[in-house]
Each structure stands twice: as structure tokens, then as C-alpha cells.
Design a protein around this ligand. Structure first.
Ligand SMILES: [Zn+2]
Length: 390
């Protein structure tokens, strides 16, 4: 199971309504944005800290030494002070994460650092989250020369994903395809496969890339089924992460991100953090590689299905801002394997044979991509090599 070894501590800062009657208001001018949750996921040499807010807020960040720490001052925000907001971590990278009301308008979140190599910040909306990825020095040298692939079946648990006219759930279809895909890829001697989930459980979008980053995966493939209010819509498309003005692509991303199309469009205006994300994508050649990987997978799915299912529609490779691909440090794509909202494709998706064919096709696309990608271009492999030299 992909989550093995994950230590998760969530402190839900939920308030009983009764508390308000006893709580002194900080002041009328106090901030209107609440810090509602602070969570972290801790791995061997990587930690993801997620600060959830009730609304958008500006923040300033600063790193200080003696002792080494990284803090964020969130403007116009409050945190309920009776809540426990000191999370001890002690994993070699972070000693702890603390949050407190710094002054009446500012919440300060402090990451007490132990030994880190790098950190990166991404923000998401719906709900607003500040995501801090902290990288430590590798605890032990990486010895495996196997390629690591993380397969991510979308949704799960209380999140069914899209639901077809005959009530087929996306979460069940994509889990089955992912399990089949793992089985096929695992037969290759030089490939290791991990799943973000191997049963019907809910995993937050931010945790999915965290799993891939922590595994130092070479590739990340998220598997989904498409949906549209237009029951006629059908076909297969594969996405990678990039800005898009295409309305149809934005609609797909909005649905997968579980935010409104309006919020999706607004992302462009709130682009400070996204610019950072996209700059790093370009720098690492991750975008080109993701595009290439998407093309191999898309081509393999379309040609793999064409014989048995001649009416399969090739909707090509597209791009949009999918949360599940944010912060991934390796080529990463999201495949929409058919429209569960289309009665004919829902019927196909309910069949074991069709799922098997999709899994086989994705596997063949991944194999082809790896066979044409020189090892030196594989970012994760390079990073593992660098880590083991330290
Ligand atoms: Zn989905």
C-alpha cells in the first residue's frame, strides 16, 4: 500500500458552537480569515505541511537562523488560541510546526527546522491551502536502479467521483484499472509500482503527489473517468499540468479539483504561487517530459482500443491546472479514460475486458515512454543519484 510508513497527524481545529459564547473576541478589526487546519505527512526524507484557511489571505514568509526556522505571517487571520497548535514532528527535517496569534491581525505559522535541503511552497484553493514541501537529505543511499511508477486511482471513500447514468462510480472503475495496471507493470523486472490507494479509501489530492514525491517516483499517472452534462460527450484524453484558456479543459480540471469553473478562471489572476510552480516545471523540463508521457499514453490507449472498439474517440493530449499534479517532482499526467456520463461508454467501463484493455494500453504507453527516454533525463533518478552521494 502506497501509504505505508506515512505518519499523519491532523489537528482539526473544529469548534463547538458553544465555545463562541465564552470566547473573548480578539477585536472587531481582527482578521476575517480563519486558520482551520494544520496537517502534515512525514516520510523518510520529505515532509508536506498543509495549512488550511477559510479564505484567501496574503502572507509573508521568512527563514531565520539560530534556531533555524521558517515562518509564515498570514495577514488578516485568526486562530482559535485554545486549540492545540504545536505539532511535534521530530523526523530529522522538522522538529515541529507551531501556529499562534502573533498580533491581532496576524497568525504566525512556524516550522522549526532540523536539517533540510530545500523547501517549496504551493497554494491551492477550494479550500485555500498553503502547502509547504520540505526536503531533507536522504537518510540512506538509494540503491535500487528500478524505475518507480506511482499510479493514482482518482477519488475513493466518500468521494465517488463522477457517477454514470446507470450509477457506475468513477472511483470503482479507476481503482480496478489501477490495480490491473499495477499487475501488468509489475511483471517488468526493472519497474517498481506503487499505488496511492489500493482500496476504497479517500485520499486528499495534496497527499497523492506527496506520496509520489516521497517515493522519489520517476513517473506519476493519475487515472480518472470523464464526465459532462452533455450525455453525447465521449472519448479519451490525457492531460498534463499547464495554464489553459480552453473552456472544456478548464471544466474538466474544475470538476476534478472540486472547485467551481469561476474559481478555476480566477486562478489566473491569483497567479503568484502558480507562477512559481510553473517556473519550476519549466526549469526541470518536467512540462516537456509530462507532455511527452501524455502523448505516449494517449496514443497507446487510442490504438490499443481501436481494434476491439472502433468507435473510440481520440480527444488528444490537453493541459490544464489539475491540483493532483501540483508540486509533483517528476513527469506526471492525468488520463481521462472514457466518459462515464455517456451511456455507451459507461457500459464499456463496467466491463472487465474494457478495463483490462485500458490498463494494458496505459502500461504500453509508459513502457514506450521509458524506452525512448535516456536515463540521464529522468529527473527522479538523477535526484536519487545526487542524494546518495551526500
Ligand atoms: Zn476524476
Amino acid at each position: 500500500l502506497g501509504r505505508a510508513g506515512v505518519q499523519k497527524r491532523t489537528f482539526l481545529l473544529l469548534l463547538a458552537a458553544v465555545f463562541f459564547s465564552f470566547s473573548p473576541r480578539i477585536s472587531q478589526s481582527a482578521g476575517t480569515v480563519d486558520v482551520t487546519d494544520i496537517s502534515y505527512w512525514s516520510y523518510t526524507d520529505y515532509t508536506r505541511v498543509v495549512v488550511t484557511l477559510s479564505d484567501r489571505a496574503d502572507y509573508a514568509k521568512k527563514r531565520l537562523s539560530n534556531p533555524d526556522r521558517l515562518y509564515f505571517d498570514i495577514n488578516g487571520s485568526t486562530i482559535k488560541k485554545e486549540l492545540k497548535t504545536n505539532l511535534p514532528i521530530g523526523n530529522g527535517m522538522l522538529k515541529s510546526v507551531r501556529a499562534a496569534q502573533f498580533n491581532e491581525n496576524t497568525v504566525r505559522v512556524v516550522l522549526d527546522l532540523e536539517k533540510i535541503k530545500d523547501y517549496k511552497i504551493v497554494t491551492l484553493e477550494g479550500p485555500v491551502r498553503i502547502i509547504i514541501d520540505v526536503y531533507g537529505a536522504s537518510a540512506r543511499p538509494f540503491v535500487s536502479s528500478k524505475k518507480r511508477i506511482v499510479i493514482d486511482p482518482g477519488h475513493g471513500g466518500h468521494d465517488p467521483g463522477a457517477i454514470g447514468p446507470k450509477k457506475l462510480c468513477e472511483k470503482d472503475v479507476v481503482l480496478d484499472i489501477a490495480l490491473k495496471l499495477k499487475k501488468i507493470l509489475s511483471k517488468e523486472p526493472d519497474i517498481e509500482v506503487f499505488l496511492t490507494r489500493d482500496k476504497d479509501v479517500f485520499i486528499p489530492l495534496v497527499e497523492r503527489t506527496a506520496i509520489a514525491n516521497s517515493k522519489k517516483a520517476d513517473l506519476f499517472v493519475s487515472v480518472h473517468a470523464n464526465a459532462s452534462p452533455n450525455r453525447e460527450a465521449k472519448g479519451i484524453e490525457t492531460y498534463f499540468l499547464n495554464w489553459s484558456d480552453d473552456m472544456e479543459s478548464m471544466k474538466v480540471a474544475a470538476r476534478e479539483n472540486q472547485i467551481s469553473l469561476k474559481k478555476m478562471k480566477e486562478m489566473k489572476n491569483e497567479s503568484d504561487f502558480l507562477d512559481v510552480e510553473l517556473a519550476s516545471l519549466t526549469r526541470d523540463h518536467k512540462r516537456d517530459e509530462s507532455n511527452k508521457l501524455a502523448n505516449y499514453i494517449q496514443m497507446a490507449m487510442v490504438s490499443g482500443l481501436a481494434d476491439e472498439y472502433p468507435r473510440v474517440v481520440d480527444l488528444k493530449v490537453k493541459w490544464a491546472m489539475f491540483y493532483v499534479l501540483f508540486g509533483a517532482r517528476m513527469p506526471s499526467v492525468l488520463a481521462e479514460v472514457s466518459f462515464i456520463s455517456n451511456p455507451l461508454e459507461e457500459k464499456l467501463l463496467s466491463k472487465d475486458k474494457y478495463r483490462e484493455e485500458i490498463a494494458r494500453s496505459i502500461a504500453s504507453g509508459i513502457s514506450k515512454y521509458m524506452s525512448v527516454t535516456p536515463d540521464s533525463q529522468t529527473v527522479a533518478k538523477l535526484r536519487r543519484a545526487l542524494d546518495s552521494q551526500e
